[in-house]
Each structure stands twice: as C-alpha cells, then as structure tokens.
Design a protein around this ligand. Structure first.
Ligand code: C5P
Length: 399
C-alpha cells in the first residue's frame, strides 16, 4: 500500500531509536522508499551503518552531510519525500520544531519542507507531561503536524506512564492513513463483524454461524477507498484484512463498548451477527450434568448496538448501515427493521437454509434506503462489499 512512496525518516536521539530500525523494515516491506536522516544525538543510540543498511539508501546526518550540498541540497532533500516522519521525536526536537529552529540538518529539513510531517514522540513521562512539551505539542498540531502516540507503559528509565514511542506497526498504519488516496482518504469508518460469543460457563458459549466474511470484505473495500477503518470483530472464522485497526471482542456488551469508544466516525456499518441474548448470569464454574437430564437457562437481552448508535444525539455518524439476515418476508421485515432501529440503510439478505449465504461465498441482497428497496443481483461477497463501499463513499463525501 506504500509502494514507491518516499518517506524521509528523521531519527532523533532517544532510546526509542532502536525501534526505528524495525520501523524502516516495516515501511520497506510495504514498498515504501526510506531516506534516513540521523540527528547527532541519534547517533548515540543507533549506528549510521545499521540505519543505512536497513534503509538500503544513503544516510544523511550532520556527521556526513558536509559534502552533500553538492549532491542534494537540504531544500531538495526535504521536498523529495511524500511524508517527513520524525521517529522518535524527542522533547528537544519537538521544541525546536515548535520554535522554528534550523541549527542542524534535521531541524533545517523540517523548516524547509513543504510536504506533510508526522511525529512519533518518545520521552520520559515527566518530560511528556511538562507544560512546555504540551504547549509545543499544541503548537505542532495547530501547524498541521500529525502526531502518533505516545503510548502508555513501562519506560526504559524505569518509570511508567505516557511517553513510550508508538510501536512500528502503529506508526506504519498512521503513515498509510496519511498517504491514503481515494474518495474516503481522511475519513474514519467503523465496521462491526463476525458473531459474538456469550458465555454460559467457563467452557461453553452461545454463538451463531456468522463467518465474518461479509464484514471483512467490507472493511477491505472501505480501506481500498482510502478510509481509516476501525474493525470491531467478534470471534470470526475469516481473518481481518490487513491495513485496518482491529478491535477484537467476544460478547455483545464488549462490542458496544468498543463501538462507543471508536466514535466519532463518518460512517458506521453494523455487519456483525450480534447475539440478541446472553445468560442472565453466566456461571463461573463448569455446569455439571444433572441426573434428570434437563437444564434451564435464563437469558437477559443484549444491548442493540445498531439502535443505540442510530439514536445518538451527539456523535451520530452521518451514515449508519445495518444488516438484516431474514428467512421470511425479507423486504417487509427489513423495512420495518430500518424504522425500528433508526438507521439510514439496511442491507437485507435471505439466509434461509437453501440459499447457502450464511458462511458462503456469495450474497444476494436488497438495499433498503429512505428512497425504497433496490434488489441487487446475486454476486460474490467481495463484489457486494465494493459496490456498497462505493455507495457509502458517495454519501460520506456528498458526491
Ligand atoms: O435485530 P437484528 O439482529 O436482526 O438486526 C440486525 C442488525 O442489527 C445488524 O446490523 C446487527 O449488526 C445489528 N445488531 C446490533 N446489536 C444487536 C443486534 C443486532 O448491532 N444486539
């Protein structure tokens, strides 16, 4: 997805610089071209040789650049990239950027560039929380710089808190988002998918036959249109697509929490087959066989995630899409469901046993919108996904 995209990677002087070596590999695995720049302090943490060997390109640094002006000036170097990425961005580098200093190669490049800039801060927790750093952060954000991380956790200095550099794969995902092309570039879309598992006891659960195929195909199609996709998935058989943010959940209640924390989004697609019921009280011990051979289970109703999001006052996505798996009177039931749940569209399909849709490769759908019902020809789930994603993009972008 990053094929032939050029990243100018500035490696600052912090212990997290070791992760930047892995970051270079991950970016290159995805086809990106990485031009590395190492600050003077950065050379204290990683060697110029390992950086340039992994990047497969010449390294630029204050130690070596004296002759480079003839080959490539800093202006050209700073502008030849699609993105300038600073990882790790130390407190000092952030301060220089916020103030507009240009007293070494890295800060000069950052001042001279006209391409988008992303930083992955990494520093001690106190330094991160310091008023000066937070002031600089606000300035950098206001200047249009994208910030990824930092994460919370144990730090090399022995303290705990926010300040750890984001993991290389998180940074790669942010880079992919920043460089995404397509009608949904810069838009956030939520997709729920898969079944839910509702525990009966520690070893048993109630589930359904959803494979997660349609949800995964939709997430991939929306990603291909450039969207940032938050993929909240129950335990599905079909693996999640690459290049989306996967939030794994088990139960309907967990799914609701994950969905609520993903908001706000531009569109939300509820393709999950959520269990309507859970055990009123799941047993914390394995239930034993009884002599008489009968067992009574007491159920409680699960939250309706689609209806909850459709009825939000604040943060309601501009487009909310539900699915209706029906076995009889598909269109009538789906139209009633659209009204009842308060969503914008319902993707209705007939999952009666004979159709082979649930768990199968194909889907036969009717799209119910405010304007009526559209019957689509039977087609592969990937084709349904591509067509639906294109329609979603039209609404989200107002095209
Ligand atoms: O009511 P029914 O389960 O048929 O509705 C299906 C639609 O509602 C699907 O889009 C499904 O993802 C969503 N749903 C939900 N939470 C529930 C039940 C269904 O989001 N508890």
């Amino acid at each position: 997805m990053l094929a032939q995209r050029r990243i100018l990677l500035i490696i600052g002087g912090g212990i997290a610089a070791f992760k930047s070596l892995d970051l270079i590999r991950r970016l290159r695995e995805r086809g990106a071209l990485v031009t590395p720049v190492l600050t003077r302090a950065g050379t204290e943490f990683v060697t110029p040789l390992s950086v340039s060997a992994l990047a497969g390109e010449k390294l630029y640094s204050d130690l070596f650049d004296l002759t480079d002006e003839a080959e490539m000036g800093h202006i050209e170097l700073s502008r030849s990239a699609d993105l300038v990425l600073v990882a790790p961005a130390t407190a000092d580098l952030m301060a220089k950027m916020a103030q507009g200093h240009a007293d070494d190669l890295a800060s000069t490049l950052l001042m001279a560039t006209d391409t988008p800039v992303m930083i992955a801060p990494a520093m001690n927790v106190r330094m991160w929380e310091h008023a000066a750093t937070q002031r600089n952060l606000a300035t950098l954000r206001a200047d249009g710089i994208t910030v990824v991380g930092p994460n919370e956790g144990d730090m090399a200095c022995g303290e705990f808190g926010p300040g750890r550099m984001a993991e290389p794969l998180e940074i790669v995902a942010a880079v992919e988002r920043a460089l995404a092309e397509g009608p949904l570039a810069g838009r956030r879309v939520l997709v729920t998918s898969g079944p839910t598992h509702e525990p009966i006891d520690p070893v048993r659960y109630i589930a359904n036959r959803s494979s997660g195929a349609q949800g995964a195909a939709l997430a991939a199609a929306l990603r291909d249109l450039g969207a940032e996709v938050i993929f909240v998935t129950g335990p599905a058989r079909v693996p999640p697509p690459a290049g989306v943010t996967v939030v794994p959940v088990e139960t309907a209640q967990e799914m609701l929490v994950a969905v609520e924390s993903a908001l706000p989004v531009d569109a939300a697609i509820f393709a999950a087959a959520v269990a309507d019921w859970r055990m009123a009280q799941a047993s914390d011990r394995k239930m034993k066989k009884t002599k008489g051979g009968s067992l009574e289970l007491h159920f409680a109703e699960n939250p309706d995630i689609l209806a909850t999001v459709s009825r939000l006052e604040a943060d309601r996505p501009a487009l909310v899409v539900g699915f209706a798996a029906e076995t009889d009177d598909v269109i009538e039931n789906a139209k009633a469901k659209r009204q009842r749940k308060g969503c914008d569209w319902i993707v209705a399909n007939d999952v009666s046993h004979a159709t082979g849709i649930m768990g199968g490769q194909e889907n036969d759908i009717t799209l119910i919108t405010g304007d009526g019902a559209e019957d689509w020809p039977r087609m592969g789930k990937a084709d349904v996904a591509a067509r639906l994603a294109a329609r979603i993009a039209e609404v989200v972008t107002g095209a």
